[in-house]
Write a protein that binds this ligand. Structure first.
Ligand code: ADP
Ligand code: ASP
Ligand code: MG
Length: 814
């Protein structure tokens, strides 16, 4: 004898029912088969909805009824086309009874738990009848047996408790006499000892099957559902969740108690003592191996077996200095809730006994508060304890595993993974058996938390990075292209799954929670919504993805002004925009503080020397205890390009134009030529060396002509370059007469910084600096005479993009 149970989706359409029939046919070849079925998928919810509407005098219940009717009649017509009058007649009779019941509820305005059980029972009664009739119609040896005649309970409507003495006898007696090969039974429904219709609780068809399996002591109980087993976590929420091959009864119970809906929690109980294994299988993919729940699974070395969650949780906190002295305090608290029939899902108590925290179903929160406040009325009046605090919109997330107790550091990993992603933990509970560590978090953090924890405990080798790029102009475009090219390499070699979730230029923005397909990113962006800086932030925040990174590839102050908002959401910031780091010292410090507080790195390697590892090297020197005494540098790729190409046979204007065209200057070339850009860079290096400094503290002697300095637009400025060619030729001639090269030099020495054009003599390390190269020389305690030198291309879209990329990878290795 074998017991198989098929859930709502498995019998949710004529196509799926045909699958079920094929499976049963196969199983029944050698052995008799008992098959417990759920209602057709979604019908239980619809029945309850119709009941609620009728109770509220809302005639829309009729529409819901008609949908229920159509669904069933369609299934019958599809399964038994033609010659199906007797089946249709029977179904119509049940539907008429259902209609009368709903009319009655509508009339008297009332839906008691007793009536509710009568109402929901129709789902399973109809599905089991239709399936059995279809099989008979196809010539199979099948009978339907109404489990209301077998499963006997108390009168605890909507979640009745089974009387095993009577039930087991009924089941044994019936199957002893039955001689059909296949028996179809409705799950979930039962009868009280007084003869009223009861049910076993939502999801209870699994339980019906377990009761029958245990009564008959079969070898295995099979639960056929719409997923390929019990997964490491809910596969509808975490894409990378995978089926657990084997799991112990305790673990399965713990996971299902904490929300793994795939198995109704009481199901394990009847089969546990008899050690009947439960096999979870997928009706839509019968060849998948599924999950075996048994005692043999205990030896797995994985400490965490699964992660589950329960939504709609309210947290009750009772606090007060007087609590310690009140005798029997906890007893009174629990008694109060028990009298109200309120189930406590989680309890935590601080060791000081100053406060106690209870997690309950949010729907009971109001009743709980009223009852508890009433119980402790006197103590509250005497200020010994405070009125109870209720918080809702919470969820419990639980790590489950028999072996967790043998492994140190699991809760440490749990909290650091959640903390890094800004998931605030409101309460913690860990059973003494250490099979379960539960945390209470905000409902809207659940998806992120489950994904983060799944990555931590089940995919620890890959880290997903979710990037939001603003400013896909010249550099931004290269960055996206580099990401496109490197994605596979990163995944395979660095175990980093880099996904671009949001993209924006000044006109449009686009988002895709599953990652934008980079083959068509330009089209996707062109079809995107209207861009807005705040809107971009709001989207990144609302998606609430783990390891989110905002990348600023603009030169805009408005974008830089939003960094604090990103950091406060624990979204890391990677910027090639220099404005934030060279703004007021207080603002720069505030960004550093936020970055630390919210565990969100703020990286800006490309602010100095484009892709050259200048800031990273400097941070490493400082972190390892070195001290920077002086810095000398040529930090403007653009100015270097200009002065390397300018001579007495070229025109200054032409060279500047060429630098702009090749992308070596900022969009406004004055920012480069005035020295402001270089001043910002040396300011950033000085600050990163630990010095408090502002832009106005930097001495800046400009080489521009007076009219160039005064120009008030980019066009005007270019015009002054033409008009003042002689001024620039003089600079060149002076340097040439001394056999020097013109270099724009930044210096930091003894806490002071300056920038300006200098005539560099032969033999100086700057003399031979070519093209758009940069050079930085750090004189430190460890490098007092021979400086640490970093030299190489310091401008250009490709190298800047690769510098941004390097910052992203730094976050991936974090
Ligand atoms: P049935 O109607 O077959 O009884 P249920 O809807 O009751 O099916 O249970 C199956 C569903 O349980 C899955 O579709 C999935 O969404 C959900 N689920 C939640 N947690 C888990 C988990 N850890 N493993 C598998 N499924 C899970
Ligand atoms: N049909 C019932 C429900 O939806 C029982 C079950 O499917 O297990 O809760
Ligand atoms: Mg179920």
């Amino acid at each position: 004898m074998q017991v198989l149970k098929f859930g709502g989706t498995s019998v949710g359409s004529s196509k799926n029912i045909n699958n079920v029939i094929n499976i049963l046919e196969d199983y029944s070849k050698n052995d008799a088969v008992i098959c417990v079925v759920s209602a057709v998928g979604g019908i239980t919810d619809k029945l309850l909805l119709a009941g609620k509407l009728a109770q509220n005098k809302d005639s829309e219940f009729l529409e819901v009824f008609n949908t229920i009717k159509d669904i069933h009649l369609n299934i019958v017509n599809e399964l038994i086309p033609g010659n199906n009058e007797t089946v249709i007649d029977f179904v119509n009779k049940r539907l008429d009874e259902l209609k009368s019941l709903l009319d009655g509820i509508y009339l008297i305005n009332e839906l008691s738990p007793k009536t509710s059980d009568k109402l929901v029972g129709f789902g399973e009664l109809l599905s089991s009848f239709i399936i059995a009739e279809t099989m008979k119609n196809r010539g199979m040896s099948a009978e339907r047996k109404n489990s209301q005649e077998l499963v006997i309970t108390n009168s605890n409507f909507t979640k009745a408790e089974v009387n095993y003495n009577i039930t087991n006898k009924n089941i044994k007696d019936y199957f002893k006499a039955a001689n059909q090969q296949i028996t179809i039974l409705p799950g979930f429904v039962s009868t009280s000892v007084n003869g009223e219709q009861t049910t076993l609780g939502r999801g209870g068809s699994d339980f019906t099957a377990a009761i029958i399996a245990a009564a008959l002591k079969v070898e295995q109980l099979q639960i056929w559902t719409d997923v390929s087993g019990m997964f490491t976590t809910n596969p509808k929420i975490v894409k990378h969740a995978y089926p657990i091959k084997a799991i112990s009864y305790q673990e399965a119970m713990e996971l299902s108690h904490f929300g793994a809906k795939v198995l109704y929690p009481p199901t394990v109980q009847p089969v546990l003592d008899l050690e009947i294994p439960i096999h979870i299988k997928n009706t839509l993919e019968p060849e998948a191996v599924g999950t075996i729940i048994s005692n043999d699974a205990v030896n797995s070395n994985k400490p965490v077996k699964g992660i589950s969650n329960i939504g709609n949780i309210a947290l009750l906190t009772l606090e007060g200095s007087g609590m310690i002295g009140i005798p029997g305090f906890s007893k009174r608290l629990f008694e109060t809730l028990s009298q109200e029939k309120i189930n406590i899902i989680l309890i935590t108590q601080a060791s000081s006994e100053h406060s106690i925290c209870l997690g309950i179903d949010a729907k009971d929160a109001e009743a709980a508060k009223e009852a508890i406040d009433a119980t402790f009325e006197n103590e509250i009046a005497l200020n010994k304890i405070d009125p109870i605090i209720v918080e809702d919109k919470l969820s419990i997330v639980a790590l489950v595993g028999d072996n967790m107790k043998n492994h140190q550091g699991i809760s440490g990993k749990l909290f650091s993974a959640l903390g890094k992603n800004n998931v605030n933990v409101r309460a913690i509970a860990q059973g003494a058996s250490e099979k379960n560590i539960s945390v209470v978090i905000a409902e809207n953090d659940v998806k992120k938390a489950l994904n983060v924890l799944h990555e931590q405990f089940f995919e620890s080798k890959t880290k997903q990075l979710n990037v939001f790029i603003t400013g896909v102009g010249n550099v931004g475009e290269r960055l996206v292209e580099q990401i496109k090219q490197q994605r596979k390499y990163l995944k395979e070699n660095l175990k980093i799954n880099l996904r671009v979730i949001g993209l924006s230029n000044s006109r449009k923005m686009v988002f895709d929670e599953n990652g934008i397909d980079l083959k068509s990113w330009k089209d996707r962006l062109a079809d995107g919504e209207q861009a807005s800086l705040q809107g971009f932030f709001e989207n990144a925040k609302a998606l609430n993805l783990r390891n989110s990174i905002f990348i600023d590839v603009t030169a805009n102050k408005e974008v830089a002004d939003l960094y604090p908002q990103y950091l406060r959401e624990s979204i890391s910031v990677v910027a090639c925009n220099k404005i934030a780091c060279s703004s007021d010292y207080i603002d720069y410090k505030e960004l550093k503080r936020l970055s630390l507080k919210y565990n969100a790195p703020f990286l800006f390697e490309t602010n100095v020397g484009a892709g050259l590892p200048v800031i990273d090297t400097l941070s490493n020197l400082i972190a390892s205890g070195d001290k920077v005494n002086s810095i000398q540098a040529v930090l403007s790729g653009s100015l270097n390009f200009v002065f390397n190409n300018f001579n007495d046979s070229t025109k200054f204007y032409d060279i500047v134009k060429q630098a702009a065209a090749e992308g070596y200057t900022e969009p406004d070339p004055r920012i480069d030529l005035s020295g402001v850009d270089v001043a910002r860079k040396i300011l950033i290096l000085a600050r990163e060396s630990g010095v408090e400094m502002n832009l106005e503290d930097i001495e800046n002697t400009s080489f521009l002509s007076d009219s160039g300095l005064k120009s008030d637009s980019v066009d005007d400025f270019y015009q002054t370059l033409v008009e003042d060619e002689a001024h620039y030729q003089n600079l060149y001639a002076s340097a040439k007469s001394k056999e020097c090269q013109l270099k724009y030099v930044a210096k930091f020495d003894n806490g002071k910084a300056s920038v300006g054009l200098q005539e560099i003599p032969v033999g100086h390390p700057f003399y031979n600096l070519e093209g758009k190269d940069n050079i930085v020389m750090f004189y430190t305690d460890r490098y007092p005479e021979q400086p640490m030198i970093i030299k190489g291309a310091g401008a250009g879209a490709d190298v800047t993009a690769s510098g941004l990329f390097a910052d992203i990878i730094r976050l991936g290795n974090d």
